[in-house]
Design a protein around this ligand. Structure first.
Ligand code: ZN
Length: 93
């Protein structure tokens, strides 16, 4: 349990963040030409997450509510765009 003031902040989650992470393995399966090192994956996730509006929910997750606002295709496109950017200027060694 993680609290800020008296609030258990772990009860609030950004469902779209989970969706981005869920699509990343599929992205690399389809696009093995991109570097999948830890640095690049974190950079791709951060960039993608900055471009996807959050969908905060409390308690039970309602994936359909999240999909009505941001489709699976939108999530996937954000990852593709982020990977292209990271590929141009990678931060790995
Ligand atoms: Zn890399």
């Amino acid at each position: 349990m993680a609290n800020i003031n008296q609030f258990d902040i772990e009860l609030i989650s950004n469902l779209n963040e989970k969706r981005v992470w869920a699509f990343i393995p599929e992205f690399f399966n389809r696009n093995p030409q991109y570097c999948g090192c830890k640095n690049c994956i974190l950079d791709i996730a951060a960039l993608a997450l900055n471009s996807v509006v959050p969908c905060y929910q409390v308690g039970d997750e309602d994936i359909e509510a999240a999909r009505r606002k941001v489709s699976d295709e939108d999530i996937y496109r954000a990852i593709v765009k982020a990977a292209e950017q990271v590929n141009k200027v990678p931060h790995h060694n």
